[in-house]
Design a protein around this ligand. Structure first.
Ligand SMILES: Cc1cc2nc3c(=O)[nH]c(=O)nc-3n(C[C@H](O)[C@H](O)[C@H](O)COP(=O)(O)OP(=O)(O)OC[C@H]3O[C@@H](n4cnc5c(N)ncnc54)[C@H](O)[C@@H]3O)c2cc1C
Length: 132
């Protein structure tokens, strides 16, 4: 997205459809258009976990979509540091965060104790199914 203006005054906003190329969301060629506007509100939801703070302190790596990278057991690249919910999955739903929290607890239990009897309802790679 790009603002368009004349003489320091906003006249529109340039938008385009996007597509993933090598894990990055990029404008799709040929879909650019300008929407005339004299006022633009940006209403962004979850745009990924913050890079500063805890993630920086534990030297967390990020995946191609800007979320904290993790293995199949919710562990980040730093041994003993786990991530669940939106920070690892990306913007999602509460039911996923709850299920991931439980599965992550099981993964932590197994990491600490060698085995676990805790339920792991979802894997980090599970995705919702579309019902048509
Ligand atoms: C506007 C909006 C509406 C939504 N509506 C719905 C809906 O109707 N239904 C639905 O299912 N989902 C909805 N969601 C999505 C849902 O809220 C999230 O998927 C869910 O809350 C993710 O849970 P989480 O525990 O992973 O992360 P969060 O709920 O974001 O919890 C992360 C917590 O970590 C804390 N935190 C962050 N950094 C630090 C730090 N450095 N130190 C200590 N604490 C820290 C934050 O303050 C926060 O409390 C909505 C989201 C938004 C933004």
């Amino acid at each position: 997205m790009e603002f368009v203006g004349e003489n320091g005054k906003l006249t529109g906003v340039k938008v385009a459809e996007t597509e993933f190329v090598d894990g990055k969301r990029l404008p799709k060629a040929g879909t650019e258009r300008i929407i005339p506007a004299d006022l633009v509100f940006l209403s962004l939801g979850f745009t990924g976990p913050e890079r500063a703070g805890i993630t920086e302190q534990v030297s967390a790596e990020f995946d191609g979509r800007g979320n904290v990278a993790r293995d199949g057991y919710y562990m980040t690249n730093t041994e003993g540091i786990f991530v669940a919910g939106d920070a690892g999955r990306g913007q999602s739903l509460i039911v996923w965060a709850i299920a991931e929290g439980r599965a992550c607890a099981a993964a932590v239990d197994k990491f600490l104790m060698g085995s676990t009897i805790l339920p792991a309802p979802v894997a980090p790679t599970d995705r919702a199914m579309a019902v048509l």
